[in-house]
Design a protein around this ligand. Structure first.
Ligand SMILES: *Cc1c(COP(=O)(O)O)cnc(C)c1O
Length: 454
């Protein structure tokens, strides 16, 4: 498979280069040159299904047997034998539980596999890289767990000191692996992200450290996520899927599954108070507003970077036009989309709802009362939106985090404090390893050069 940039002026690349590059040279995101038909294989387990779905996207660089080996290895450590089980919560609604991986959020579904792909391709190319990322919570730990064993990868995660939950921080700082480095930055999440952007913009640092990224615009993450959408549709027959989202990553994965032939009717976007995607889908209004803190912090996002991949399709794959649209969006805070393209690509497929913190808490309480299940606040935004927009088909809501990852909100709603799974039961006793840094590019770069030999 060859890949094109959504902004039309970066070189076409194969899968391996796309994986290692993350962002395209022209600032765009890589998408496949053509969409293959989805093939979920013949009734294998989750690892076999994922290998079958991903095969056309990674060929010829990763062969079928090699890919199957990576998938088997990636999901072997999940706590549930089905990896992503479906759990019925009422007559029409199911949860697709995506939180049985090592860090208790859906990001493990992709990052366990992506880490192993990095390892394989770097070994083959005899190269080393330094992955640098900023996290407000879930991505950092999932990325660390994905690459902790990789000999050719050093990973540095910057997080805002005192601004993540204790579970989230400990999941990063208690990993005892020589290639893992967590930096507690004296600043906010935006400061962390600005430091990362500045490091990537510093060409000599970027090249000497061989910097790479695993944020949610990485194509390999998106394509790995299409597998569970397809798997749910395979098991259930035609479904609607509801996705709690901020960055549009998980919904885009569902759209790709649907576009390539999975039996998915509608895709429902669930937002919290940061409702830019809901305003777009219901009113064609894509305009940014200040970020508001909510009980579902992993969805507290105002610029949904992965939307660019769908915009490229809405623009008939015209990269120059997509680049223009995004420049104007950055300048004005408003994205104008063509009404005809909206009617063709968005209206028939997507629906959306925004859910407040009060509704989220009431939903966590209601689901517990009716089913005995504890759900996390992100998942709860999904089940509220799902019920509001229920149609003729069974509705599957993606359960994006384990309730014990957000114990305070769950306890506030239900009076019950969810317990960590056995493997993490001693998380609060493990010793932490972190380096404090000030919000200073020179200091951070010097530290990374010292910590990460390449
Ligand atoms: C990352 C995350 C989300 C949002 O994912 P998108 O990439 O924005 O679709 C939702 N819930 C949880 C628990 C997350 O960690």
């Amino acid at each position: 498979m060859r890949y094109l940039s959504t902004r039309g002026s970066a070189p076409e690349l194969g899968f391996g280069d796309v994986l290692l590059a993350g962002l395209a040279d022209d600032g765009g995101l890589y998408v496949p040159a053509e969409w293959p038909s989805i093939d979920t294989g013949s009734a294998g387990d989750y690892a076999a299904l994922t290998a079958s779905v991903l095969a056309p996207y990674v060929a010829p660089e990763i062969g079928g047997d090699e890919l199957l080996g990576l998938c088997v290895d990636s999901y072997a450590g999940f706590r549930h034998p089905e990896v992503a089980p479906l759990v019925q919560i009422d007559d029409e609604q199911w949860l697709l539980e995506l939180f049985h991986g090592p860090t208790l959020a859906f990001k493990d579904m992709a990052l366990q596999l992506v880490g192993r792909m990095f390892d394989l391709l770097l070994e083959r190319r005899d190269e080393r890289i330094t992955i640098v990322g900023a996290t407000s919570g879930d991505t950092g730990s999932a990325a660390i767990e994905g690459v902790r064993g990789c000999e050719r990868v050093q990973i540095v995660i910057l997080y805002p000191e005192g601004r993540t939950s204790e579970v989230q921080r400990r999941q990063m700082t208690t990993v005892d692996a020589p290639n893992v480095h967590t930096l507690a930055v004296d600043g906010t999440f935006d400061d962390c992200q600005d430091l990362v952007k500045a490091m990537f913009a510093d060409r000599s640092f970027r090249e000497s450290q061989r910097l790479s990224a695993v944020n949610s615009i990485n194509w390999a993450r998106i394509v790995a996520q299409t597998a569970y959408h397809a798997s749910a549709a395979d098991r259930m027959g035609e479904i609607d899927v509801c996705v709690p989202t901020g960055n549009f990553g998980n919904v885009l994965a569902g759209w790709i599954a649907r576009h390539t032939g999975a039996d998915i009717g509608r895709l429902i976007v669930a937002s919290n108070a940061n409702d830019i995607l809901t305003r777009f889908i219901t009113d064609r209004d894509m305009s940014t507003a200040p970020v508001v803190g909510t009980l579902s912090p992993s969805m507290d996002i105002q610029v949904s970077s992965n939307f660019e991949r769908l915009l490229f399709e809405m623009n008939d794959r015209d990269g120059a036009r997509t680049a223009d649209d995004l420049l104007r969006f950055r300048a004005t805070g408003r994205l104008d989309t063509d009404p005809d393209a909206f009617d063709r690509w968005i209206a028939p497929v997507f629906d959306a709802a925004s859910v407040s913190d009060d509704e989220t808490l009431a939903e966590v309480a209601r689901v517990y009362r009716d089913t005995g299940l504890l759900i996390d606040p992100h998942t709860a935004t999904g089940t509220v939106a799902a019920r509001r927009l229920l149609g003729d088909r069974p509705m599957v809501t993606l359960a994006t985090a384990h309730p014990a990852k957000f114990p305070d909100a769950v306890e506030r709603a239900t009076g019950v404090r969810p317990e960590l799974p056995d493997e993490l039961a001693d998380l609060y006793e493990r010793s932490e390893r972190l380096t404090r840094v000030s919000n200073d590019l020179g200091e951070v770069e010097a530290l990374i050069s010292r910590l990460c030999p390449v």
